[in-house]
Design a protein around this ligand. Sequence first.
Ligand code: ADP
Ligand code: MG
Length: 185
Amino acid sequence: METDTKQTISLMTSSPEQTQAVGRLLGAHARTGDVFLLSGDLGAGKTCLTQGILWGLGGDEYARSPTFVLICEYAARLTLYHMDLYRLDSIEEVIDLGLDDYFLGDGVCVVEWAEKGSDAFIGECLTVRIESTGDQTRTLTFSADTNRYHTIMNDLEKQFGGASSLEATTPGNDAPDNGGTEGEA
Ligand SMILES: Nc1ncnc2c1ncn2[C@@H]1O[C@H](COP(=O)(O)OP(=O)(O)O)[C@@H](O)[C@H]1O
Ligand SMILES: [Mg+2]
């Protein structure tokens, strides 16, 4: 069963393409009900990471910050619900959105500016904090309490822990093998 040990890992990227490659791995691993909570300043790279997540899910669109619409839906192996809480001012506004319906649904949720609603999210989630450390460099810090996400984090570390292993990615390029594991084990 799941454990509740908090685990944290950090990765560094040195281009938007590398951040997308990290996202692509998250998307390739994603299962029904996964929730990725992204935080970090404007321009940190939350949308950039989400682009990779969508491509990793097999989608071929270019995700953009849903700042004005709050939620965008993308068709992929699993539906991606891409949310952005930037314009919300209070936790009540976040709660009023009824995001639980999405979190408990069949898709995968990615939330930008998740720090604005942290008290409203109570389920299992993977949090990703992105910090800008230079023009092209970012530190991505992943934390989670459950084995489900620790598995992904271990794989991230295996693939991207070494500075040299990041690859450039573009939509449609090198589509991940979904292996028929949609929403399962
Ligand atoms: N290593 C990197 N990872 C992600 N984005 C980067 C990186 N280096 C530079 N950038 C640039 O930073 C910006 C990130 O923008 P965006 O993903 O929209 O940020 P956010 O959604 O967090 O506001 C883009 O212009 C991107 O080209
Ligand atoms: Mg954004």
